[in-house]
Design a protein around this ligand. Structure first.
Ligand code: VGL
Ligand code: ZN
Length: 216
């Protein structure tokens, strides 16, 4: 990568959005994402380059609607139609204030300015850091980013095809420039969901970049 094509990070306009780097998404966790732990060193290096970093944290009540265990006869990874749309039923994960919901201990971003917790409403999931799955209820992140002068959102974390995809699409819809740092993400890839997510993100104008584009 030449200096010319390296992407410059703008200290006021840019934010790094680090999505759901939590124990339950790690290998061995309740909703393990393959090789999810590999993103951590790269995420730490990326975060050092940004003055503005925001973390998200999946943060469900134990009674959450997205858990298969809360629907009689249902199993994890089945689909279910809910009032707000199709919902994947997940294993119990990221229950509020449990070790599984904690950030991975090696995530080292002491200068992170905000943590957005999402999925805390019992009856609505929220893959997106911006708007819950009812497509209506805001988390407040759009207003926070606008108020702090952000124009561009750089996304990394877990999982590429769920929370990263939905967050980046909603960030675009809110009018931000958006890029996903692909090698700082890992996917669940359920029935082709990864390819579908990239198709949607690309169509929406989300840029697909690599960490080296920023780190040089
Ligand atoms: C996520 C499924 C359920 C994610 C969160 O972080 O991508 N996926 N909850
Ligand atoms: Zn979740």
């Amino acid at each position: 990568m030449t200096a010319q094509s390296k992407r410059e990070i703008r200290q006021v306009e840019d934010v790094l959005l680090v999505i759901d780097v939590q124990n339950d998404f790690m290998p061995g966790g309740a909703l393990a994402v393959a090789r999810a732990d590999e993103v951590i060193p790269l995420t730490n290096r990326l975060a050092c380059r940004f003055t503005h970093v925001v973390l998200t944290q999946d943060w469900h009540p134990r009674s959450h609607i997205s858990f298969a265990a809360n629907h009689a006869g249902r199993k994890p990874f089945e689909f279910m139609t809910l009032p707000y749309g199709e919902q994947v039923l997940w294993p119990v994960h990221c229950v509020q204030d449990t070790p599984g919901a904690a950030f991975h201990r090696d995530l080292d971003i002491p200068h992170a300015r905000a943590v957005i917790r999402k999925g805390h409403h019992e009856h609505v999931d929220s893959y997106s850091a911006f708007v819950e799955a009812d497509h209506t209820t805001p988390t407040g992140l759009t207003g926070y980013l606008r108020d702090t002068g952000v124009k561009r959102v750089w996304c990394c974390g877990l999982a590429t095809d769920f929370c990263v995809a939905w967050s980046s699409l909603d960030a675009r819809a809110a009018g931000f420039e958006v890029a996903v740092i692909e090698d700082a993400t890992r996917a669940i890839d359920l029935n082709g969901s990864l390819e579908a997510a990239w198709r949607e993100m690309t169509a929406a104008g989300v840029k697909r970049v690599r960490a080296a584009d920023l780190l040089g």
